[in-house]
Design a protein around this ligand. Structure first.
Ligand code: NAD
Ligand code: LMR
Length: 344
């Protein structure tokens, strides 16, 4: 199984539709905006393999027809359709249960995620406007960086359109958890499938805060190990950007992580009672930060519960790191809100 997500979910073989009972063999529709990109392509493949998905809609401004034709030959049930150009956005989005947004520029060595703001803010705004118009009830998963700002932008756009439901908007931070689990398992010699590390805060540099004291299975770390692991998890994106040397940022591990989050969200929609993932959402976990990544319970309407209790009983190191991440994260949130509130 994928960590935290069973590939073969417990599900009923039927569902109610009005007063009919109908067979259910993967009944969810997923739309990917930016589907022909470095993340979009492997993510589309992984979602095409999901038993929960009946329709997979792919949108990009370039190269989407080839990706659609290629993927459509896989003999898994999800029906794939490709869409390109603004005129086709409405058809791509209609009826979507989950919309995933990996559209946008990736980093090159020497750039921060915030350096992508000037291009990606506009892309996210434009795409979320279309989501508001054509799929207002969908869960929206924002991958495009800088996530700390693009999610507040998405929230403002949805508010302006009068369709904002904070339970349904997510910044995808699953890759931080995937990395934390991998690095902790390697360092401590633990079986990978057993390790689960919550990662809170945001998704850039020091705003990424793994809570090693809350790792499962309960594990003890020396001060040096905490420093080393925290820093590696915080800088893992840059590690990949530098290794790709101008060829972009994480795509394969990101696609894996995003597919895990889509699968978890669909299981939540499907009524599986016990689905928990970390995500960057609007919440009250830290009162001065309107958006914050923490563990949430996913249900039929998106976020059902925010596990704010996980922020109690932090180590001194974690408590200091949490204080330190507040100003930069708040600044990124404010930057996104201010951008979206400007006149278009
Ligand atoms: P990429 O350049 O390979 O792909 C981006 C795709 O978006 C391209 O196919 C491009 O044509 C498409 N696109 C651009 N503008 C568009 C628009 N207006 N509408 C639809 N599609 C559009 O980049 P990538 O490596 O796939 O990364 C995408 C984004 O994801 C980047 O911003 C990157 O920083 C971010 N990212 C986030 C995480 C995370 O953990 N949240 C991890 C990795 C990358
Ligand atoms: C990541 O964490 O890999 C992404 O946010 C991409 C990046 O720019 O580091």
């Amino acid at each position: 199984h994928w960590q935290g997500v069973k590939l073969r979910p417990r599900r009923r073989p039927w569902r109610h539709a009005g007063n009919r009972v109908v067979a259910q063999a993967g009944s969810y529709k997923v739309t990917i905006l930016g589907a022909a990109g470095g993340i979009g392509q492997p993510l589309s493949l992984l979602i095409k393999m999901s038993p929960l998905v009946s329709a997979l809609h792919l949108y990009d401004i370039a190269n989407v027809n080839g990706v659609t034709a290629d993927l459509g030959h896989c003999n898994t049930p999800a029906k794939v359709a490709g869409f390109t150009g603004k005129d086709e956005l409405a058809g791509c989005l209609a009826g979507a249960d989950v919309v995933v947004i990996p559209a946008g520029l990736p980093r090159k060595p020497g750039m921060t995620r915030d350096d992508l703001f000037s291009i990606n803010a506009g892309i996210v705004r434009e795409l979320v406007e279309a989501v508001a118009d054509h799929a207002p009830g969908a869960l929206v998963h924002v991958i495009s960086n800088p996530v700390n700002s693009t999610v507040p932008i998405a929230a403002e756009v949805l508010k302006q359109k009068g369709v904002y439901d904070p339970r349904k908007l997510f910044g995808v931070t699953t890759l931080d958890v995937v990395r934390a689990n991998t690095f902790v398992a390697e360092k401590k010699g633990l079986p990978l499938a057993d390790v689960d590390v919550p990662v809170i805060g945001g998704h850039s540099a020091a705003t990424i805060l793994p809570l090693l004291s809350k790792a499962r299975p309960k594990t003890s770390f020396t001060d040096e190990e905490v420093e080393e692991l925290t820093s590696r998890i915080q800088n893992a994106g840059t590690e990949v950007v530098e290794a790709k040397a101008g060829g972009g940022s994480a795509t394969l591990s990101m696609a894996y992580a995003a597919a895990r989050f889509v699968e978890a969200s669909l299981r939540g929609l499907d009524g599986d009672g016990e689905v928990y993932e970390c995500s960057y959402v609007q919440c009250q976990a830290v009162p001065e930060l309107p958006f914050f990544a923490c563990r949430v319970k996913l249900g039929r309407d998106g976020v059902e519960e925010v596990a704010a209790a996980e922020l109690r009983g932090l180590t001194d190191y974690e408590a200091r790191a949490l204080e330190a991440l507040k100003p930069p994260l708040k600044a990124s949130i404010d930057k996104g809100v201010a951008y979206a509130q400007q006149q278009p």
